[in-house]
Design a protein around this ligand. Structure first.
Ligand code: SF4
Ligand code: SF4
Length: 432
């Protein structure tokens, strides 16, 4: 069990960048998810993996990234990267609580610190309930890509995504989507696939695409160990991991390792397969589903676009409002704290051996079942935070979702040769 991080008055020492020389053509690049309001949110979604951080990190009641810390983050984050593009991802909690003026400051500071020729991109993950015309105008003007959370039709969405007072939110999310469409703001719907909506893949997919009109989708599996609020990933006892396929390796049983709302492993596979079939039959080339496009890209030998299916991870870190930096957004636990930008430059934390070790461990700790799996190069054992079960031979560290992942990767093999042929032809044409 971890204890809250000590709270102290933060003195900004304004550290300078330390960048190691690189071979010609290489550049320093990483990505960070910013939590400018910590875990603070106007909703109280049952499955949120972040709300409990208020208590764990000993956050103030209304955490805010102070103006000086914001500028320090923007300055260092830009200094620490030498590619032609720097991506800022604003998340929470609910970042729109800060109001549009905070983000006006953000874009002004980015402009102040931007290197010549460098492109700055912003994305904002939101529950949509606080968006209004002023927000939409700002987001359009500054080319923000919006991630809008919606779990499907009203009855499925409102099962878990409620306000702190227990009010439903679906109508507000639909209104937010309409607002973004009216202002021509690009948005991607982020759909958390939990134990309930996983049972109705086509209802979810068709609502999001045909009724809400989303053209970009991300499906995120809801997998939460029961101990997630206090025990960091990879700090559970390996001996306590249940065998894959056992009762305890499924949600809804008294001895389960995961919360009741977590998606069942097999349901995750069935959900993805059913959505894949509908997408391939009707929406291929029109609706972008990052997970599916990623499978196609990896099947062509291209690098993974998503960390969870990459061989290594560790290039996507997280920063709290207080300047505290962690190895990953899903590893915001004291055990994975790398430091604070108040006294240690981003460049000294993002490229450390410790952080590289975190990323390499994704591959280096795979159990034999994964190393010998025919889907290894598409899956790479998925996200390490979900490695909660033992293989049938008893080896710990297998991904909880493995049965579903195997089902999905086998299911799509039928369509892959045709898709790969089409994509290869297209790539040849545009490269000519
Ligand atoms: S731990 Fe999981 S979410 Fe974090 S960077 Fe690695 S694969 Fe991605
Ligand atoms: S499908 Fe299962 S066994 Fe195969 S790489 Fe993924 S998690 Fe490992």
């Amino acid at each position: 069990m971890n204890s809250p991080l000590p709270q102290k008055t933060i003195e900004l020492r304004k550290p300078r960048a330390k960048l190691a020389p690189l071979p010609p053509g290489a550049c320093h690049r990483f990505h960070a998810i910013v939590k400018p309001v910590g875990a603070q949110c106007n909703l109280d979604c049952a499955y949120c993996y972040y709300l409990h951080k208020e208590e764990m990190l000993g956050q103030a009641r209304q955490p805010r990234m102070a103006d000086e810390m914001l500028e320090e983050h923007i300055r260092q984050y830009i200094e620490a990267q030498t590619g032609d593009e720097v991506v800022f991802s604003w998340q929470g909690g609910e970042p729109t609580i800060l109001g549009v003026d905070f983000f006006r400051k953000v874009v002004a500071l980015q402009e102040r610190h931007r290197k010549p020729g460098q492109r700055i991109e912003n994305d904002l993950q939101t529950n949509g309930t606080l968006l209004d015309a002023e927000w939409a105008t700002f987001l359009k003007q500054h080319d923000f890509l919006v991630g809008l959370s919606c779990d499907g039709p009203q009855d499925l969405h409102d099962r878990y995504r409620l306000t702190k007072g227990g009010a439903t939110t679906h109508a507000k999310v639909v209104a937010a989507a309409r607002l973004l469409q009216q202002h021509d703001v690009p948005f991607s719907v982020l759909c958390v696939v939990n134990r309930d909506n996983a049972q109705q893949p086509l209802e979810v997919y068709r609502f999001l695409t045909r009724e809400l009109g989303a053209r970009r989708l991300q499906f995120i599996s809801c997998v939460e160990p029961k101990s997630f609020a206090s025990v960091a990933p990879q700090h559970q006892s390996p001996a306590a991991q249940p065998l894959v396929g056992s009762r305890a390796a499924r949600p809804g049983t008294p001895d389960s390792v995961v919360t009741d709302w977590s998606v069942a492993p097999e349901d995750w596979g069935h959900f993805l397969s059913a959505v894949w079939d509908d997408w391939y039959a009707n929406d291929y080339g029109k609706v972008h589903i990052d997970l599916f496009e990623n499978v196609v890209a990896q099947s062509l030998g291209m690098p993974a676009q998503r960390c969870i299916t990459a061989e290594f991870c560790g290039k996507s870190l997280a920063i709290e409002h207080s300047g505290e930096v962690f190895s990953c957004d899903h590893y915001v636990y004291p055990e994975y704290r790398l430091g604070n930008i108040a006294d240690t430059h981003w460049s000294e934390m993002a490229y450390t051996e410790r952080q590289q070790g975190f990323g390499f461990a994704k591959r280096d700790t795979l159990p034999r079942d994964c190393r010998e799996c025919p889907h290894l190069k598409l899956c790479w054992g998925e996200c390490p935070k979900n490695r909660l079960v033992r293989t049938s031979s008893g080896e710990p560290g297998l991904n909880y979702l493995c049965p579903g992942l195997k089902h999905f990767y086998s299911h799509i093999q039928r369509d892959m040769p045709r898709i790969l042929q089409q994509v290869s032809r297209y790539l040849e044409r545009i490269q000519r």
